[in-house]
Design a protein around this ligand. Structure first.
Ligand SMILES: [Zn+2]
Length: 431
């Protein structure tokens, strides 16, 4: 009897949490096709060896396997590193016509929506995200930590904590009557001078954020603000960059208008988000300075179709129309110019889990399929300074691995259905 109990316990654990048991074992993943984003090539019939949640090595399928190893057969699949979205908004509900929607919801509700969104993102094959903002400060920090300590499932996250924005600017909750006071937790990052920017950047990073998101221009979804209009001066953006650098981290700048893009690039931000109205000068400047471009070139179509059907405010639809095609034209030029590009989709504008919809668009607008996949893996990891732990299938990195049926790179629409998802050696989805 006493010898039976441990075995019974194992059965119970295996039934309740098969993925936890798998994490303790050594695993061999048989890959029909393996995408090596480091070398930009696809190799047939490989085996990925995993130990203690990390990649131990990669060998030919014909080579001997260690005895007793658990084998997962993905020989009908294309096996890739877990995807990375560098522009997500996991906290809260998806965009609707109601611009003051976040005010109608408690912080707890926003967080629980985040739990659901994180799960959908992970199961869609996105094992890491750079989450670029929440209206209520630091809910993202809580979600990141809850995922890290195993309370909920979701992608690895690095988070912005709060929006650094000018008052009434792109990062503010706008639309309330002038005499209505917006609660302070929605306005944590409001700053109107270089000194205030430094002070807010310190507060955000001391509060647990990993990097800084600054709103350099107006936004499509923030009513009243104009995407083409710059909201911070170059000096103010530089203050954020310098203060973030004190903490060993970087600034991501939301910027649509060319002038705002150029200011942000000159101020030394690490990435331009959206970049919708970039001109040739902006592209040349990004190339010269090594600034990353994170352009969400798919969701304009979603906003246009759903927004019209649901009768979203006319100014949002107009601004979306004014930025969507322009952004794609600029994106194509940026690809041709060799600007560093990382994958980012603005999830939260559209329902979470559809993050891969943008992949074929990137091919449509100038990338090769391998370039598009690399932008969502290795390049994204480099932008986030996480290339030593994620972003490719290489020994020593986390076993963040996905699989898509067939020859996935032949048609990137196949990424809408990711059949297998492993994060840190734990299987979350199987064929
Ligand atoms: Zn965004």
């Amino acid at each position: 009897m006493s010898r039976l109990i441990p075995r019974l316990w194992l059965w119970v654990i295996a039934a309740v949490a098969p993925s936890l048991v798998a994490a303790q074992d050594r695993i061999a993943l048989r890959a029909g096709r393996l995408v090596d984003v480091d070398r930009g090539e696809i190799r047939r019939d490989q085996v990925v060896l995993i130990r203690s949640g990390k990649i131990e090595g990669i060998q030919a399928a014909s080579a001997r396997l260690p005895t007793g190893i658990q084998v997962i057969d993905l020989s009908r699949y294309t096996v890739l590193p877990g995807l990375i979205d560098c522009h997500s908004h996991l906290i809260g509900e998806v965009a609707t016509a109601a611009v003051l929607q976040p005010l109608e919801r408690s912080e707890a509700q926003e967080a629980f929506s985040g739990v659901r969104n994180a799960r959908a993102t992970l199961l869609a094959g996105f094992t890491t995200v750079r989450d670029v903002g929440t209206y209520r400060a630091f809910v993202d920090v809580a979600l990141r930590d809850a995922i890290k300590n195993g309370t909920v499932i979701g992608p690895r996250m690095i988070v912005a904590g709060a929006y650094v924005t000018v008052s009434t600017g792109a990062g503010e909750l706008v639309g309330a009557a002038p005499d209505v006071t917006i609660p302070a937790s929605f306005r944590f990052g409001v700053a109107n001078s270089a000194d205030q920017v430094r002070e807010r950047v310190r507060a955000i990073l001391n509060g647990g954020a990993d990097f800084i998101k600054i709103l350099a221009t107006g936004a499509v979804f923030t009513r009243g603000t104009k995407p083409g209009v710059s909201e911070f001066t170059e000096e103010q953006i530089r203050a954020a960059v310098e203060q973030a650098a004190e903490y060993g981290t970087f600034v991501a700048a939301h910027a649509h208008g060319a002038k705002g893009i150029n200011r942000a690039v000159r101020a030394g931000v690490r990435s331009i988000e959206h970049g919708s109205l970039m001109d040739d000068e902006a592209i040349a400047l990004m190339k010269q300075r090594g600034t990353w471009l994170v352009a969400d070139i798919w969701n304009g179509d979603y906003t246009d179709s759903v927004g019209r059907a649901e009768r979203w405010p006319e100014d949002i639809l107009r601004k979306n129309a004014e930025t969507t095609e322009a952004q794609r034209v600029g994106f194509r030029k940026a690809v041709a110019a060799g600007v560093k590009i990382a994958y980012g989709t603005d999830s939260g504008i559209y329902p979470h889990g559809l993050n891969a919809m943008q992949l074929p668009y990137m091919v449509k607008y100038g990338m090769t399929p391998m370039q598009a996949v690399r932008s969502a893996t290795l390049s994204a990891a480099q932008l986030m300074e996480l290339q030593d732990s994620v972003g490719s299938l290489a020994p020593g990195k986390y076993a963040d691995i996905i699989a898509v049926e067939g020859d996935a790179l032949a048609d990137l629409r196949s990424f809408r259905k990711v059949a297998f998802v492993m994060k840190g050696g734990v299987v979350y989805q199987r064929p």
